[in-house]
Design a protein around this ligand. Sequence first.
Ligand code: CA
Length: 230
Amino acid sequence: MRLLVVEDDRDLNRQIVTALVDAGYAVDRAFDGEEGWFLGDTEPYDAVVLDLGLPRKDGLSVLGEWRKTGRTMPVLILTARDRWSDKVQGFDAGADDYVAKPFHMEEILARLRALLRRATGHATSELACGPVLLDTRAGRVSVDGQPVKLTSHEYRLLSYLMHHAGRVVSRSEIVDHLYDQDFDRDSNTIEVFVGRLRKKLGADVIKTMRGLGYLLAPPETNGDASHRPR
Ligand code: CA
């Protein structure tokens, strides 16, 4: 999952970005409204953390313009404490949630997890697909109840596939959602990551759809009619 943080306070920006990277996300950052608006308008983020008080273009305008041009990614706004009018205006402009400053980083992380899973149609923080279980809260993965150790890129890839289980995801889509903008992207490395994940998870959870991409789906059981011996 790839996120954007738009916050002009450099210390706070760095703290949020660090926490999000530690939690397994690819993260881009912007320090003013123009830059933030441009990135959100051109890159496919899974969610955005947006401060309202920003130089060059205020957060509400940024959000309003995104929504007007059909950018639907979940947006978590950062508001000043006790400014109820900020919250109302934020929601009216298209915000999905808010956190009031000062905040605990855990709250930002929890609210983002909730936004990400709701945006992809999941109700809980544990995502399951066949024997594979991904706990987005703890950042842990298990297969048949056995913990599996993943590198941060493997985890990021699996998390994206788990959030979009049952849908074919192309390699270029994966690249877009796995790396921040400064990363030297190479879609060939996706194949390598998928290979490693298959080894760790069991080969038949991630299916290759020739020419289309990958599909995460529960392994076919013996009860599947097409494979039943006659
Ligand atoms: Ca600010």
